[in-house]
Each structure stands twice: as structure tokens, then as C-alpha cells.
Ligand binder design. Structure first.
Ligand code: NI
Ligand code: MN
Length: 226
């Protein structure tokens, strides 16, 4: 699996020959000013919730690439009303088999409203199972007991967890989350973009090391392979 960081909660994950883009928020992100949003290719765009910092570039990328949207029912309908009508609607706890693998739209403890104030349904997260590996994009969430269910559902190869605090979990809660989900390979997201969520990367890495977990910071625009 190839994992590219496009900043904040936006990741391109290439798996089984398909390009899965999560929560595109690039053109408004000052930290991502070196990324050309028009150069990003996608087969699918997965959207955890309706906040601007997760949907800002969905429309432009979907129109250019024809990527299929995967999100909750309300978000899929919101984009369908704009003419992006090839989306796949889901809701909490449900799963569906796509050509790359199985997606479960899982819970997240957060809020969800579209940029125009329309309902964004319930916020969620994604569990993705493929023949090349399984992963979790936690979206925006606080620490929650639901995470303890995940090891009963699947063994994760890696997880993208928010660590920026204030709007989501912070570092210490993310360490506990990594124990709840039984995953030792954590990739940090949702930090540094705004003043409220700036983190000390050394402190964060040490917090995970103290529990024999690995926290990876991927530089914005860079790709790692798992
Ligand atoms: Ni949010
Ligand atoms: Mn957010």
C-alpha cells in the first residue's frame, strides 16, 4: 500500500491498483500550498464528515477525475444535488464490497455539517479491508469506546489517527486509541493546520514509543509504503 500525505486529514492510499483519496482539503490549506490539487488522481473519494476542512476540494477533484464518492447518505445526497451523482451512500456500521475491497463506515465522536449549513449526517470513519492489507481512517473523533470493537472486526495493518487535540483526540488519547484498536503502526493526522492544533512531534513520538507503538509523521506531499 502506498500512502501519500496531502495534509490535514487528506491521504491518497493506493491499494490493489486503485487510488483512494480521503477528505480532500488542499487548496485552502496554507501548509499544502506546494501541492497542485489539479495533479491529484483518484478512483474513489472517501469523505468522513461534512466540515470544510474535509470536503473543500471534493467537488473539483470529482468533476475532473470522475472519482466515485463514498460517504454517509446525507453527504452523498448533498453532492448529488450539485450534479456529482455517482456516489455510494452508507451509514454507520454498514459495509460494502467495492472492486478494491470492503469498506465499513464506522462511528466517530464529532459533528458534521456541510459548508452551506446543510446537514452532514453523522460523522464517521472508514475501515478498509483489502487483500493487500487493512487500515482505519479515524476521521475527526474523540477517544471512544467503539474503537474497542475494531479488533473483533479485523486486524489493522496501520491506522490514521488525529492527534491535534482541541477539535479531536490529542496525543495521549491517540495512544489509548491505538491500544483500543490493537494497532502498533499509527500515522499522525489532523495537526498543525490551524493554531489550535499545533503539536510537538518529538513529544508525540515519545508518547507512542513509551507504549511500544510507532507513530509516523509523513511530510506533506511525501509517500510511504506499507
Ligand atoms: Ni471536523
Ligand atoms: Mn477537521
Amino acid at each position: 500500500m502506498k500512502i501519500t500525505n496531502y495534509g490535514h486529514a487528506c491521504w491518497l492510499i493506493e491499494v490493489v491498483g486503485k487510488k483512494l483519496l480521503f477528505d480532500p482539503f488542499i487548496s485552502p490549506n496554507e501548509l499544502a500550498s506546494h501541492i497542485d490539487v489539479n495533479s491529484i488522481d483518484a478512483d474513489y473519494i472517501l469523505i468522513t464528515h461534512g466540515h470544510e476542512d474535509h470536503v473543500a476540494d471534493v467537488e473539483s477533484i470529482a468533476r475532473r477525475t470522475g472519482a466515485k464518492l463514498i460517504s454517509n447518505f446525507e453527504i452523498i445526497n448533498w453532492f448529488a444535488a450539485k450534479g456529482i451523482d455517482n456516489g455510494h451512500p452508507m451509514n454507520i456500521g454498514g459495509k460494502w464490497d467495492f472492486d478494491f475491497g470492503t469498506v465499513t463506515y464506522f462511528t466517530a465522536q464529532h459533528s458534521s455539517v456541510m459548508p452551506d449549513g446543510a446537514s452532514g449526517g453523522n460523522p464517521g470513519s472508514f475501515l478498509v479491508q483489502t487483500k493487500e492489507g487493512n487500515f482505519y481512517h479515524a476521521g475527526d473523533t474523540g477517544l471512544m469506546m467503539d474503537m474497542q470493537l475494531i479488533p473483533s472486526l479485523m486486524k489493522l495493518d496501520f491506522a490514521l489517527l488525529p492527534i491535534g487535540d482541541n477539535f479531536t483526540m490529542g496525543i495521549n488519547e491517540a495512544v489509548i486509541a491505538s491500544e483500543f484498536i490493537a494497532c502498533d503502526n499509527i500515522i499522525a493526522m489532523h495537526y498543525d493546520t490551524f493554531g489550535y492544533i499545533v503539536v510537538d512531534k518529538k513529544i508525540a513520538k515519545e508518547a507512542f514509543e513509551n507504549k511500544d507503538k510507532k507513530l509516523t509523521f509523513v511530510k506533506l506531499g511525501e509517500t510511504i509504503t506499507i
